[in-house]
Structures are given as C-alpha cells and as structure tokens.
Design a protein around this ligand. Structure first.
Ligand SMILES: [Zn+2]
Length: 247
C-alpha cells in the first residue's frame, strides 16, 4: 500500500492543493452556503468506474428545518474528480429537499444518479458527508444492511466484488495516520440515504463516509490535506479492484 502521509511542510504542492480545494469550495459557499449552481445538482463525467457524491455540499431542508451544509465535502469531491478521474455528483444550490433523506418519488438526485451509474458501468459509490467536531470518531464508514454481503458486479463483468474489500482499503489507508479507535463502522438502514438507495437498486458497492469537522479545516493545512490525500489514495487503491486489477 502506498504511504503518502509523511507530508513535507515545505512541499509547495500541499499548499497549492489546499488552495485549489478552497477555490473549488467557493461554488458551494456562495450566498452563505446556498450555492451558486443553476440546477439543484450537477454530475461531472469521469474516466474510472467510481463515483463520489456530495449531496450535502450546500444547505438543505429536512422535516421543516433548514440544515447546514457539510462544509468542504463539495470542494473535496471536485478536487478528487480532478486528481483521480472519478465521476462526481454534488448538490449545487439550496432547495427545499434533502437528497440523502427524501423518498425516491421526490428525489431526482438519487434517481438521476441511479440512471447515470447504470449507463456508465460504475461499480463503486462513495458518498461524502460531514460530522460535528463533538463526534468521537474521525471517520465513520456507513453501509446499508439492504446490501447482499456478496455484491455481484452485473454491469461491467461477471467478477464478484466484495464491499468489504473497499472497507478494508479505506480502513487500511486511514489507519496509517488515524488510530483504529477513531474509525467507526455503522449500518445505515433506517432512512433513504443515497448509499441505501443506490446499493439496493444498482446492486453495486456503496459506502457513506462521515468526516469529522476536525479534518475539514483548511487553515490546519497538515491535518486537512492528510485526510484529503487519504481519500485520494483510497480511491486510487479501490480503482484497482473496481477495474479488476490486482491490488
Ligand atoms: Zn450529510
């Protein structure tokens, strides 16, 4: 496994990459995080069979309340698209909806994503979210119990892909700079999350990542970029099994 976390504070690319994410985030942070997109969400095409999603990149609405954006998940998703070639989908302006909660009959983010995944032979979805600083974990990996434990990749080929392989890769990457105890796993099955809807309907591996706010503070460049480079490495490692190359 490639290790990249011995970050050199004198390495200018570290600061350039951080600046790039801050710049990419401005699209979402405009108008107090109501975003400046013309459509509710945007999909950008990639070149690898993985899609990263950021449904809470801007403020959203659930059960009568406006909920704050998961700050920097949109900027990070756009950065990962630039660096890894993953496809991305993200909310781009506030509307009275929550793509990670609303039912499919009123959730075009989820239904369009499903259609896109099938059309583009995508085999792995990573859904990015934010968690409060008060949470005890640095990273929580969510999956849905509606998923069969053994995922058949019916789209690209007939080789089975285990969702647990992706979980192992992500844990392995982040264990190199986070302790075991602050990576949590959770079965998310109660609400209509993006992860649950796509895993059930597209039958591909889907994981929801909740990133603690402590690792979404660009002013702490080292911690922030360690986490972002962790995601970047995880996607590049996951790509190897997504494309059926040996790890
Ligand atoms: Zn969220």
């Amino acid at each position: 496994m490639q290790k990249i976390y011995n970050l050199d504070c004198n390495d200018l690319s570290l600061y350039n990459d951080c600046e790039q994410i801050i710049h990419l985030e401005e699209f979402f942070s405009a108008s107090h995080y109501n975003g400046c997109g013309e459509e509710k969400f945007i999909i950008e095409e990639g070149t690898i069979p993985i899609i990263v999603s950021a449904p809470h990149a801007v403020n959203h609405f659930r059960n009568g309340y406006i909920k704050s954006a998961d700050v920097l998940t949109g900027g990070i998703a756009r950065f990962l698209h630039c660096k890894t070639g993953c496809h991305i989908i993200y909310s781009s302006k506030y509307s009275k909806s929550d793509p990670n909660y609303d039912l499919p009959d009123s959730n075009p983010y989820q239904t369009s994503l499903l259609e896109y995944i099938i059309k583009h032979d995508i085999v792995f979805l990573l859904d990015l979210h934010g968690a409060a600083k008060t949470r005890e974990y640095a990273l929580e990996i969510g999956f849905s119990s509606s998923q069969p434990s053994f995922i058949q990749n019916t789209v690209k080929d007939n080789n089975p892909i285990r969702q647990n392989d992706y979980i192992s890769i992500i844990k392995s990457v982040f264990h190199s700079f986070l302790s075991n105890s602050i990576i949590a796993e959770k079965n998310i099955w109660k609400q209509n999350t993006v992860t649950k809807y796509i895993s059930y309907n597209a039958r591909i591996a889907c994981l929801q990542l909740e990133i603690n706010r402590k690792y979404r503070e660009p002013e702490k460049v080292y911690d922030f970029m360690s986490f972002v480079y962790g995601l970047l490495t995880a996607i590049n490692e996951c790509k190897k099994i997504a494309e059926n190359k040996s790890v």
